[in-house]
Design a protein around this ligand. Structure first.
Ligand code: HEM
Ligand code: NAG
Ligand code: NAG
Length: 320
């Protein structure tokens, strides 16, 4: 009996089933996390908007084939990669930060640090520089060898999504509705291109011109920023105009004031239950920060490759 239990216990804790762990590179590349943070810090000094870019890349990586760095791969003559898919191209930004961190890491620890982990560290550091809360993230991810534009298009939720669609999308990745609401708080930083929300401003549907869930004063401002003349494809506005570079709870206050920019933002207050969660985050910065960090860690564990799965790329834009 004892022997059987012992064997069961050993199996439960054996490293056969490789898992993510905090400080995975402590021995193999002790400076890994420091080097990534240094590259992120340098990049944000030049362009603070890249913090938002890096957090968003991590989300788009994790949802499509798991957090395996597949979003970082360039398209080739043979393959149209995730990066080229409409949800990612042209709006994702910050890839060059990952590529330059990888370059430095290859010089000191050749083929040791995965691109998937570099992206996870960079997103964590971006949150640190935008929110002031540092949290540790487990690492040991391996890089995927497959990246398909069609999957990104099928899986990533569009900005026109309603509450049910968002809840289902996140549930299909093992995330709760509360985590979906909390992670949407990332829209407290960064920007959106006009085309993600102009449907709310012009010809909303056959009976109303403008989305009634959008504050009319804000709608009028947005119309000036995004004129309906077919030339607004490259125009952008801040998701949170008051504090566009601070990952704070203002996002939730905006939604409560009918000033959520995207349909997928404003829809978070479309039921009493979710509106209560929005209010809870709006009114308690500490609570929001803790929940946001925990949800980011969880998002970074979606569908990861570990152990001998996948590979460690030598360049993040190409499979080996
Ligand atoms: C809930 C479903 C979500 C939808 C439908 C959605 C959609 C969008 C869209 C359309 C944009 C504008 C991109 C552009 O035009 O440049 C955007 C920006 C952004 N999203 Fe989301 N998003 C969602 C959830 C998330 C999550 C979970 C995160 C991260 C935790 C995130 C982080 C960001 C960030 C940081 C930006 C600003 C990007 C930049 O400034 O470059 N989003 N999102
Ligand atoms: C692209 O396709 C060609 C022809 O099918 C093949 O020889 C080549 O190995 C492929 N390249 C990649 C990167 O898959
Ligand atoms: C148009 O939108 C309004 C406000 O959301 C809604 O009440 C109405 O049912 C919609 N009409 C059509 C035809 O979809």
């Amino acid at each position: 009996m004892f022997i059987v239990l012992l064997i069961v216990c050993l199996c439960l804790f054996s490293p056969l089933e490789a898992q993510l762990q905090v400080g995975f590179y402590r021995k193999s590349c002790p400076k890994a996390e420091l080097i990534v943070r240094d590259e992120v810090r340098k990049a944000l000094t030049k362009n603070i908007g890249l913090a938002a870019g890096l957090v968003r890349i991590h989300f788009h990586d994790a949802f499509v084939r798991g957090a395996d760095g597949s979003v970082l791969i360039d398209s080739t003559a043979n393959n149209t990669a995730e990066k080229s898919s409409p949800p990612n191209n042209p709006s994702l930004r910050g890839f060059e930060v990952i590529d330059s961190a990888k370059k430095r890491l290859e010089l000191v620890c050749k083929r040791k640090v995965s691109c998937a982990d570099i992206l996870t560290f960079a997103a964590r550091d971006s949150v640190f520089f935008s929110m002031g809360l540092y949290y540790s993230v487990p690492s040991g991810r391996r890089d995927g060898r497959v990246s398909l534009a069609s999957e990104a298009l099928r899986i990533l939720p569009p900005p026109t999504s309603n509450l049910n669609q968002l809840t289902q999308s996140f549930a299909s990745k093992g995330l709760t509705q509360d985590e979906m609401i909390t992670l949407s708080g990332a829209h407290s930083i960064g920007r959106s291109h006009c085309n993600a929300f102009t449907n709310r401003l012009y010809n909303f549907n056959s009976t109303v011109k403008q989305d009634p869930s959008l504050d009319p004063t804000y709608a009028a401002q947005l119309k000036r920023s995004c004129p309906n003349n077919g030339n607004s494809a490259n125009l952008v506005v801040s998701l949170d105009p008051a504090t566009p570079n601070k990952l704070d709870t203002n996002y939730y206050k905006l939604i409560l004031a009918k000033r959520g920019l995207l349909t997928s933002d404003q829809t978070l207050v479309s039921t009493q239950a979710t509106a209560a969660k929005v209010r809870a985050n709006a009114n308690n910065a500490k609570l929001f920060q803790q929940k946001f960090a925990a949800a980011m860690v969880k998002m970074g564990k979606i569908g990861v490759l570990t152990g001998k799965q996948g590979e460690i790329r030598s360049v993040c834009t190409k499979i080996n």
